[in-house]
Design a protein around this ligand. Structure first.
Ligand code: ADP
Length: 167
């Protein structure tokens, strides 16, 4: 049984992430989507519990996908869960540098682990969680960018956060 992990911040999960998760689930027997617990950038909007909940609701229809949360090293997590690969989505050349660096470091930490890169689908090439947050905050409609199961809660969360920030 081949297990892969898809790590990320997923703040919140977008249709671009979901596309990568779905495609990974066809390549591997089991896919664990791992939410980064320590992700605490100033731009972060949702708590790790919310991000996990959004992912669970969005992937409920994909049988071999599980959602987990981890605060440690991805390479160690992979070892503990017998994962053979880390799957990442590549959107543009700008993703490549950091992903390549991370892949080399992960290989050093866990030589058994492969990094697999899936090219973003053309329609999601430009899509990122930060863009979704910006667009929504400025009053744009994000319906086509996030899974419909979570759309309303994502909009509410982003607007509440913006409201708090403005005081
Ligand atoms: P973001 O860059 O949106 O904050 P994450 O850190 O949550 O994303 O990303 C987790 C993984 O998903 C990364 O490998 C990232 O390259 C990939 N990813 C993010 N958005 C997309 C997209 N629109 N299409 C393909 N892959 C994506």
């Amino acid at each position: 049984m081949k297990t892969a992990i898809c790590p990320g911040s997923f703040d919140p999960v977008t249709n671009g992430h979901l596309d990568i998760i779905r495609r990974s689930s066809k390549m591997f027997d089991r896919v664990i989507v791992v939410v980064a617990r320590n992700y605490n950038k100033p731009s972060s909007c949702f708590s790790d519990v919310q991000r996990v909940d959004f992912l669970k609701r969005s992937t409920a229809g994909i049988e071999n996908v599980e959602i987990d949360i981890s605060g440690g090293l991805t390479a160690e997590y992979a070892k503990r869960h017998d994962a053979v690969a880390i799957v990442k989505g590549l959107r543009a050349v700008s993703d490549f540098d950091t992903e390549f660096q991370q892949a080399l470091m992960n290989k050093k930490l866990n030589p058994e682990l492969e990094s697999v890169f899936i090219t973003a689908s053309a329609e999601y090439m430009f899509l990122s969680s930060s863009l979704v947050k910006q667009l929504c905050e400025l009053g744009g409609d994000i319906a086509e960018f996030v899974p419909r199961e979570i759309y309303e809660d994502v909009v509410k969360g982003i607007n509440n956060k913006a409201y708090e920030r403005r005081g």
